[in-house]
Design a protein around this ligand. Structure first.
Ligand code: UD1
Length: 416
């Protein structure tokens, strides 16, 4: 298993460019299954989660190749089963349920199961599709779905699930009649997916609000689309600039949907200048403590919680971070504490008492964003930090260590 070695203490300078969004690319790849033909997706990040989705749709019979974007040919889909071996590594695999059942009237998708950050059930996806006429049975850890043509329905989500909104929105595009999703998630990646679906010929209104209305059509055409830049990678690079000090310019930032992240980073005392999609980050003086609560968009993203926690370990005073989306998303705390941070978890909150200096240590990545948090802490720590199990990092960050190197950080990957 690879590890990342960081010799901390270097300030950063220069420019870096944000890659395409993982959380936008994955549902858009799934959505290509709705039509028959050759799809072309640009701006794809190079990530293991994207490879997993590629392998999944190839397993179904799609042909994928990379030449002038990612090309996905969906003419010869011959199988509707997403196997456990692939699904278990990535929860977003469950997004295949919607397009398969909508186009072929059947799907067999392994239940994603739990993951390090919490239980993460899919009950809301299933309940919504049941109301659209899908019959489900669960055997041997698989969800078997079948229906004739899906029918539009009025759906009220118990909570604004991102994946649930995407799955139902994708399925509803080929349903008979109108589907209304109330209490829908409003994440920018859902808006990106809606843009993609509309390019395929779908009738969607209200994306980005809590009520999404989809008017089903009989057929969709293949897609040519560029995915939006990754707001979580952009936020992670902003924290890198802040924690290491110096001055960096981050290009291709989706600033229009990063309000809560930029606002909190400014509250910590970072100077952030925004010019179109370029963001200049400068740290002047000691960081200040802040209070943060993670929330569905447009609130502060749970996917930025671990990274901003690394920054706050060095802020003056006491910061409080409350996590409201996932029940077990503080596993990185123990590892940050091993680096000299002073953090205590009390129920759904982490109390971060700022210290003057972190110390390099051997630490273990426990999930995707936790791995980024530990690398960020390593940039500021005194001495050497070794972050192991970075396969978590590779799921969702496109060449993070190379990008940090290009900014002057002393970071390298040790291959095992
Ligand atoms: C997506 C993102 C992930 C992000 C999360 C929250 C992708 C590929 N992943 O994950 O990076 O951290 O949104 O912003 O886009 N829930 C249920 N029942 C369901 C579905 C969800 O109880 O049927 C719960 C989950 O357990 C969780 C909460 O709802 O506590 C939010 O989950 P959801 O919004 O569905 O997250 P994902 O789509 O899995």
């Amino acid at each position: 298993m690879d590890s990342i070695i960081i010799n901390g203490g270097r300030t950063l300078s220069g420019e870096v460019t944000v890659s395409g969004s993982k959380n936008s690319a994955l549902p858009i790849m799934a959505a290509t299954l709705l039509s028959s033909g050759v799809n072309r997706i640009y701006g794809m990040p190079d990530l293991s989660d994207i490879n997993t989705m590629k392998r999944l749709i190839e397993h179904l019979g799609a042909e994928c190749s990379v030449s002038d974007g990612l090309v996905i040919n969906t003419e010869n889909i011959r199988c509707c089963e997403a196997p456990y071996e692939l699904v278990k590594t990535m929860r977003a695999s469950f997004l295949l349920l919607g397009p398969l059942v909508a186009r072929f009237g059947r799907a067999r998708v392994s239940l994603p199961g739990g993951c390090a950050i919490g239980l993460r059930p899919v009950d809301i996806h299933i309940k919504a599709m049941e109301s659209m006429g899908v019959e489900f049975n669960i055997d041997h850890g698989y969800v078997n779905a079948s229906c004739s043509r899906l029918k539009g329905a009025h759906i009220l989500f118990d909570l604004p699930t991102v994946g649930g909104t995407e799955n139902v929105m994708i399925a509803a595009c080929l349903a008979k009649g109108i589907t209304t999703i109330e209490n829908a998630a409003r994440e920018p990646e859902i808006v990106d997916l809606a843009f993609a679906l509309k390019k395929m010929g779908a009738g969607i209104k209200g994306e980005g609000t809590d009520t999404v209305i989809v008017e089903g059509v009989k057929e969709l055409k293949p897609l040519t689309f560029t995915v939006m830049p990754d707001r979580i990678e952009a936020g992670t690079l902003m924290v890198a600039g802040g924690i290491a000090g110096g001055e960096i310019c981050i290009k291709n930032c989706p600033v229009h949907c990063m309000g809560s992240t930029i606002e909190k980073l400014r509250e910590t005392g970072l100077e952030i200048e925004v010019e179109e999609d370029n963001v200049l980050i400068k740290r002047k003086g000691r960081l200040k403590s802040v209070e943060i609560t993670t929330n569905p968009y447009p609130g502060f993203p749970t996917d930025m919680q671990a990274q901003i926690m690394a920054l706050l370990t060095l802020a003056e005073g006491v910061s409080i971070i409350r996590e409201t989306i996932f029940e077990n998303r503080f596993i990185h705390v123990a590892e940050l504490d091993r680096m000299g941070a002073k953090i205590k978890v009390e129920r759904d909150s982490a109390v971060v008492v700022g210290v003057n200096q972190l110390k390099g240590a051997s630490v273990m990545a426990t999930d995707l964003r936790a791995s980024a948090s530990l690398i960020l802490a390593g940039l500021a720590a005194n001495g050497k930090t070794k972050v192991s199990r970075v396969y978590h990092l590779d799921r969702g960050y496109d060449s993070l260590e190379k990008k940090l190197q290009s900014l002057g950080a002393d970071v390298c990957r040790k291959r095992n």
